[in-house]
Write a protein that binds this ligand. Sequence first.
Ligand SMILES: *Cc1c(COP(=O)(O)O)cnc(C)c1O
Length: 383
Amino acid sequence: MSDASTIAAITLPPELRPRDGRFGSGPSKVRPEAVAALAGASRSYLGTSHRQAGVRDVVRRMRDGLRELFALPDGYEVLLANGGTTSFWDAASFGLIERRAQHATIGEFSSKFAAVTAAAPHLEAPEVVASAPGATPVPCYADSNVDTYCFPHNETSTGVMMPVTRPSGATDGQIVLVDATSGAGGLRVHPREFDVYYFAPQKCFAGDGGLWLALCSPAAIERIARVKASGRWIPASLDLSIAVEQSRLQQTYNTPALATLFLMAEQVEWMLSLGGLEGCARRCDESAATIYGWAATRRFATPFVADELARSHVTATIDFEAVDADSVAATLRANGIVDVEPYRKLGRNQLRIALFPAIDTSDIEILTRAIDYIVERAGPQHP
Ligand SMILES: *Cc1c(COP(=O)(O)O)cnc(C)c1O
């Protein structure tokens, strides 16, 4: 039995080092080509007004690119504002939920949004459909007592994905909000199945955090206008009616991070060049087959999510047995392979590995061999 310090001393041979060692689930790998493009444009772009054409053209590229990537039907709009997904939850609790929401909670992130609407004094207590972490997710169900359904496309804390479908029997007046922060761009989705599909750039879009984006159906745009007209107090920075106005002008209400917008626009165009959403989803499928296929043939590794259909194709969680996953992660880190540690609060002997489109499947394959190498040399341990 070897302790963590011995195994951290293992040096991986060059052929077991991925081309890029970033496997984090957010912030995630940023493509060097996008950073080079930003450096190239920096003199004319960074440090210039976000109210002028130079920056607004980048926002336009990004919004048009997202419209194409997700094949948005006429009438759907791409909104953006500062603050990331967490701010979007607050904005939604002010500007999208009318009276009462229903949440399918399947882990930390989906539970956090449910906690937001539960705490909002202007809303009724939400209905919560909870699934245990890692279990097959129980979807939202039609209920005339709610006006909004909320669920994640991919629960990043556990590596569980669920299909984006309107609850059967949901009525026209009810809207569906999907937290696609880590799923958008890597998992297939049909726009008719959601009213709001929201995300941030630091996962599949290989950019930086601090921004939120939301693909909105006409029903969602109408809901935003209706809630605003009701006279509810809404802080301006969280006011979605202001986000609608500003987004239509290719702007944000207050100053955005210009590098973030640029990296996002670059990534959306790169994703389109891969063959759009289908091309991206196929890359994620291949990476998922690689990592789960490897785990299936290793005595010490098991996918955390037992249900194959719920096993995420964008964030894989692999349980370890008789091998200390923390030590493996520390050894990988010492060798320049970073951020495969599990989501802390889940408290499992596990590695979590992002499979986002920017991450090469060949690097996932090398990572599995690097883990084998470490485990072989470290021998069995007891976490
Ligand atoms: C990362 C993540 C969030 C939080 O995003 P922030 O931009 O950091 O607020 C929310 N939901 C899911 C599913 C996530 O993966």
